[in-house]
Design a protein around this ligand. Structure first.
Ligand code: CTP
Ligand code: MN
Ligand code: MN
Length: 518
């Protein structure tokens, strides 16, 4: 400790949550550290959450640190607070100087970028409409292709294309030169090549080759069927089928999703409009309030992010009084069934336990899975709900609402519970003259103490979720899911009472749903 008596400490506020930063400053002053408010040449200890020297130099806008300045992890500061004074620096405290070391010749240009592009998409505003659709379409086609191929490294490759696309989506100007992306971490050599080619020739050979690849074209069409993943689509192709019509003709087996998905494919390919989603939400809100006063119903997914069309309607339910939500979803389904609005679907009870949070955080691929009670299915959506309609007409004649309880259900096999018409085959039903159109709907019930995390998760985008979860893990060692945020080291949950609070805890600027379209 002797040697570091004259330590002048500078704590880099970036990447440290505001409150935590305040607490650190308080602790520093309490223990009489000399703290620099800004980085100056007399600073001897720089403390940061950044993981590389390059990032720090970029933020400090300098080419190199002075000889006497040590670049340290937050763990040095924590050890020092415990010791009530600056401790001797050990290896574990140092930011590694490996190949991440900045290439000095690169620095002036990247350091002089007007606003450097933040590393994670969750730190950037990503609007629905942006300036670089042409580039993003190409990059996401390559993402698609890699995702379909499903070999191990293809998954990482798919994500790399998507992350690059997300950088382009967040630009506030149309790309005219790849140099404008200098310093953006997700823009690698391969991406630059594709972009350069589009800039030079309007297209990229690599992209066009995939676009014209017959296998890609078939997969693209067949994976659109509700219930068909890449595996099923591949099986169909292996059988020599290349269109949905051919599959429809020949496919005999399959679970309820596939059977209904195929039979109602045309309905489902016609996208859900915002008006339809709003009408449906209003209707469900009305029915829900009748069943359980104070229940909250929120339209999430793409519509929440400002999309005007979507492939389904995602509704999130909660109730502010703990436990009130129990049994509600089944009662609601029972009302929908009594009004003959359910074509098919599957209800799953909640599988949430505190423990799943820690184990889920270790999963990388399936970070989409959550453990909420939910119903996934297809609604017989009255055609008159496709246009503007009065509440009177939407809610139907009063008195028709039979009050049902969950007892009217056969819960002998709750995890497999299905609501569907048994008599006719899906194909028969589809062929009838109908006053309704098939609409995919997700209904998710969330306990209130997990609600705002679920809201972020079900608002998306999917890529936004991936990204904010990676950010939480890498910068704070927190596991983030739709159920909550967990400090893995302390093994404790970090509850939040609003979306904004979640962003604050993570130290990410708050972006409204409309700016989470990455
Ligand atoms: N989601 C989830 N768990 C699932 C399914 C979806 O957390 N089992 C999330 C997705 O990550 C997404 C949001 O819920 O952010 C909505 O999912 P989805 O309906 O598939 O996508 P949208 O963004 O709504 O796109 P679309 O408009 O085409 O429906
Ligand atoms: Mn959706
Ligand atoms: Mn959905």
């Amino acid at each position: 400790m002797e040697a570091s008596k004259k330590a002048v400490v500078y704590i880099m506020p970036q990447k440290i949550q505001k409150q935590r930063y305040k607490d650190m400053m308080k602790a520093a002053l309490k223990h009489k550290f000399i703290v620099a408010e800004i980085f100056k040449s007399n600073v001897t200890h720089v403390v940061t959450e950044y993981e590389t020297v390059a990032q720090v130099l970029k933020v400090l806008k300098i080419a190199a640190l002075p000889q006497h300045t040590n670049l340290l992890k937050v763990n040095w500061f924590i050890d020092s607070v415990k010791a009530r004074g600056p401790v001797q620096i050990q290896d574990k405290h140092r930011i590694p100087q490996g190949d991440e070391q900045v290439d000095h010749k690169d620095l002036p240009e990247s350091a002089s970028l007007p606003t450097p592009i933040p590393e994670y998409a969750c730190q950037r505003s990503t609007p629905l409409k942006h300036y670089n659709a042409k580039f993003c379409e190409a990059l996401e086609l390559l993402q698609d292709y890699a995702e379909m191929r499903e070999a191990d490294d293809d998954y990482m490759r798919a994500l790399a294309w998507r992350r690059a696309s997300c950088v382009l989506k967040s630009l506030k100007f149309p790309l005219t030169s790849v140099a404008q992306l200098k310093g953006a971490k997700d823009i690698g050599k391969h991406v630059e090549q594709v972009l350069q080619s589009i800039l030079d020739h309007g297209t990229s050979d690599e992209v066009e080759k995939v676009r014209n690849n017959p296998w890609y074209q078939k997969m693209k069409i067949l994976t659109k069927v509700f219930g068909a993943g890449t595996k099923t689509a591949q099986e169909w192709i292996d059988k020599g089928w290349s269109s949905v019509a051919e599959v429809k003709e020949n496919q005999t087996k399959g679970d309820w999703r596939l059977r209904f998905g195929l039979a109602f494919h045309e309905d489902l390919m016609e996208l859900v409009t915002r008006l339809e989603a709003d009408n449906f939400t209003k209707f469900i809100k009305h029915q829900s309030e009748n069943l359980l006063s104070g229940v909250s119903v929120e339209l999430c997914g793409g519509f929440k992010r400002g999309k005007t069309k979507g492939h389904d309607i995602d509704l999130l339910f909660t109730h502010p009084s703990k436990g009130k939500e129990s049994g509600f979803l089944l009662r609601l389904l029972s009302v929908l069934e009594s009004k003959n609005l359910i074509l098919c679907g599957k209800w799953n009870k909640s599988t949430y336990t505190e423990e799943v949070m820690y184990s889920d955080s270790k999963r990388t691929r399936n970070n989409q899975l959550d453990h909420f009670e939910k119903w996934i299915g297809i609604i017989k959506f009255p055609k008159k709900w496709q246009r503007e309609i009065s509440e009177e007409e939407l809610f139907g004649e009063e008195g028709e609402n039979v009050s049902l309880t969950s007892e009217s259900y056969d819960e002998s096999e709750p995890a497999m519970k299905k609501f569907k018409s048994e008599e006719l085959s899906p194909r028969d039903i589809a062929a009838q003259t109908r006053s309704w159109i098939a609409r995919r709907v997700d209904l998710i019930m969330v306990p209130y103490d997990q609600y705002f995390y679920a809201l972020v998760g079900w608002t998306g985008s999917k890529q936004f979720n991936r990204d904010i979860r990676t950010y939480a893990k890498r910068t704070h060692n927190y596991a983030m899911t739709s159920h909550g945020l967990y400090d893995l080291k302390e093994r404790k949950a970090l509850p939040a009472k609003s979306e904004k609070e979640i962003f604050d805890i993570l130290g990410v600027p708050y972006f409204p749903p409309e700016e989470r379209n990455c």
